[in-house]
Design a protein around this ligand. Sequence first.
Ligand code: MF3
Ligand code: CO
Length: 248
Amino acid sequence: MINIRTKEEIEIMRRSNRLVAQVLGKLKEAIGPGVTTKELDQLAERLIKESRATPAFKGYRGYPATLCVSVNEEVVHGIPGSRKLREGDIVSLDLGVYLNGYYGDAAITVPVGKVSQKATELLKITEQALYKGIEQARAGNRLFDISHAIQSWVESFGFSVVRDFVGHGIGRNLHEEPQIPNFGPPHQGPRLEPGMVLAIEPMINAGGWEVKVLKDGWTVVTADGSLSAHFEHTIAITDGRADILSLP
Ligand code: MF3
Ligand code: CO
């Protein structure tokens, strides 16, 4: 069952998601050569607590940090640590918060200084893929219209869609129904209705789609070592265009 949220609930969720977007904006400003991924995690945790919210990921299935920081060939769920960012890296920041009974969740991938042409293109196409998906997130469409729009955009540039991780419904829980693959056939899946709140999150590889999990039990990396990017917004289905909740 896919939850339908009231207008009031959606306004509360906008607050959770706005906080996520605001913190991501500050983390983006803090990124530069020499900054450790742990410093980003500590900054995120401090900003969330100053807003009287709670980090959503810390302790979730035993995840040890507030932020997921995934560098270069890391796809998602990178654990912050002593690694220093370097010029030329691309860094995905994925953040969730819990505030007033509802979750917020969003992600961005940012370049550290000047990055390769390939990396620049991957970031651009992945962010655009997210917006292609959001364009299809309209009442009357079906869920996989979102999935299909993302996949066809990305594959037309020779990039590939990660299969093993998907987007999700969100609300009183971080992960709710439905699962939202970033690939699939159009015109299939459940019909979208006003009040559904969805976290859409394409994870896109420059090489093949296959991934593996490192021995830390969390960090997902591309199997072929190619670069990977990730963008995520939480949106609400309305009578018209989707309402993007995770804006600053
Ligand atoms: N942002 C991820 C998602 O959308 C959650 C990270 S998993 C966690 O599903 F364990 F780190 F919380
Ligand atoms: Co998510």
